[in-house]
Write a protein of this length. Sequence first.
Length: 288
Amino acid sequence: MKMMVLNFEDKNRINATMNYNLNILVYISYIILLSFLFFSYFDKNASVNREHITNLEYKGEIPKEYRKVVVYSCLIGDYDNVTTFKRQKGYDYILFTDQNIINTNWTVLPIPKEVERLKISNIKKQRYIKIHPHKFFKNYDLSIYIDANYIIKGDLDDFLINTLNPIDNIYITHLQFGRGIHHAIEKAIKNKLDRIDILNETLKRYEDYKILKKSGIVNAGLIIRKHHNEDCIKLMNKWWEEIENYSHVDNFAFNYAGYMTGVRFLYISYQFTLDYFGHNNHLKKIDY
């Protein structure tokens, strides 16, 4: 039997062909794996059934099994007219107030005694509750704060699915790009939202932080937080420090606190929130 002897070029050609075929197989396997992961992820996040929720939370952010999300607000004085809304399964709705609220779907609770004892104005007491969900909702991992004049009109499951991600712990509405917190303070001065001397002092304090002139304007009427997260608490503590010691106008104070702490947060488009929330005009101006 005659043996075939391969020369050097033949061996290289065969090796190249084998490597090419192997690369094709690896590439095809890689495509199949990516396709499997993609469709598995899509199927997991496509819909949410709270009746049969598994240990896989949607996007890893909604509380497991039958744990609930708290939606909360705070009204001190007759500043707003609280409206009714349709309650949704999987959420608790808590309103802290000193008013006699009836005909509403909120679970109405009195202002906590530790807040009542604080030697601060009523509007700052409201801000304290707004900023510190980790102090009042220890049995909840996720909270949605809304101002008392807000109206819930959309599906909250859908809202959270389209908002949350596995990275961020704080989500807040962003009202306007291109104008920073200096513009927000000047607007507060024009509309007399606080004492003019306090607002002027705040504006002067922020003058050294040029980056804040381009940070945009926050609308702090809607905030989502994984409020037990350490970074979230860090930012909230700094935010409260600003409110407690300076102006009660909280939108520019939030941006300042975020800048000073370096804590990451995510803006939510204000226009996007209008599909899920509306709001009424305030009944009266804040007493400060």
